[in-house]
Design a protein around this ligand. Sequence first.
Ligand code: ATP
Ligand code: MG
Length: 556
Amino acid sequence: MVMENETKNFIEQIIDKDLAEGVYDHVQTRFPPEPNGYLHIGHAKSILLNYGLAQKYQGKFNMRFDDTNPTKEKSEFVESIKEDVAWLGADWEDRLFFASDYFETMYECAVLLIKKGKAFVCDLTAEQIREYRGTLTEPGKNSPYRDRSIEENLELFENMKKGLYKDGEKVLRAKIDMASPNINMRDPVIYRVAHMSHHNTGDAWCIYPMYDFAHPIEDAVEHVTHSVCTLEFEDHRPLYNWVVQECEFDHPPKQIEFAKLYLKNVVTGKRYIKKLVEDGIVDGWDDPRLVSISGLRRRGYTPESIRMFVEMAGVSKSNSTCEMPMLEYCIREDLKMKRPRMMAVLHPLKLVIDNYPEDQVEYMEVQNNQENPDLGVRKVPFCKELYIEQEDFMEVPVKKYFRLYPGNEVRLMNGYFVTCTDIVKDEDGNVIEVHCTYDPETRSGNGFTGRKVKGTIHWVSARHAVKAEVRLYENIVDEERGVYNDEDGSLNLNPNSLVVLKECYLEPNLAEAAAPESFQFVRNGYFCVDSKDSSPKHLVFNRIVSLKSSFKIEQK
Ligand code: ATP
Ligand code: MG
């Protein structure tokens, strides 16, 4: 279990101080995704962090789409992001905002900057602007257009807005300091011309604000107090502060950076996930092998497990990497007590009990979860012909093999002891049927205290079982070779990342299972009904995670 950590993280310490000093009288956070892809596990950290802070300080949490760049944004992404954030439990109530709704305000802020002599229209090309910018070791050069009069700038900016210029012909730049050691402060571009339709504002605008200008305004307009973002924006903070100050916002927001969540050997970045989707390597953004939120959901992860993971990962200012086994640990922990433990055979082998009456069926009463009696009991049919796992039988047993082999006796879980008496092979010599006899005295739950057996195996009744497809997953990349190919930067794909088992047999209690239900299949792991492909006629299950863990939680 995760211990409640009494010490506050560095962001909470900043907030405490701000509240104590009266810098702010409330706490307001936001999650500001750009709708240019689906969310992933890294975003979950940002969502739960921002939402959690608002909760903790009885503040407000805004859901805001940072949709100021029409080139890559789509409504499909807006819808998926809303679904994912809601699913994670971050409730924005009626506080759903779109940065594009503030285009007018941003425009007015730009005009204000021009009037204050703090912004100018520049005719340099993108390439020239880059050349003039200088480097980390050399200062930049002033643009020859830097000293245009306020009147001229106002007129040219108005013309930009009216659509008199082609894309890239003119930009509006903040007038700050071309010699600043921080390159972000060297007269950054704040508006550009782009003749493009926007998913929200259509053709109303042909000038669009740049991120570094738009973002602080969005925060300020919404009265955000603590604008939490990731470390790569640290160098942008002086510009953030410059914008909110020069645009004269009261109680301006404060930017705080934290370290991104990285998962070792896992494809996390939106850009990389997008490429896997576009190249058809995965079955869409919600492929269960992806750590997109929708992929994790389809894989059977719960919001609780993701919350536990994010809490264990913690909030810090220095980059660190988490391991996938930690996430797997969290879903096992979450499902352990909550889900019934069912019997399902993934690689079937027929087992025939020769001395069991042909037409007899017994209904074995089985506890749904041995560790949680609250989940109740169910009945599982038992009869003469069963399926067991192929790996639970060996014709010639290896050392320490305690399961079924000729002459050996094992326990059928929730059933009887059986002893293997004979086998049937096909023409190729494969064992296709195992014969045994059972001892009627040994029925499970009947208080049999006679001899002991070392092996217990699970089974399903051949006559009653329901057939299902089961999908087993591994990492989409080959961990041995690392995520990226050294030569060309492509992904090192794992050819076994998806294994489809077409003929699995499940106990009949699973016949009506439907997404998002999930179960433990005893000895095989946790499985969920696939939300996309499963139907009552053709059940499809995804393995969420196996039962064995390679992750050790450090106990204090
Ligand atoms: P990616 O890095 O995958 O392309 P992004 O940063 O471009 O993602 P945005 O939509 O801009 O995606 O991000 C929305 C919010 O989520 C931002 O505040 C961003 O800092 C945060 N975020 C993105 N990736 C991570 C991560 N790996 N860990 C924590 N927060 C993240
Ligand atoms: Mg981004």
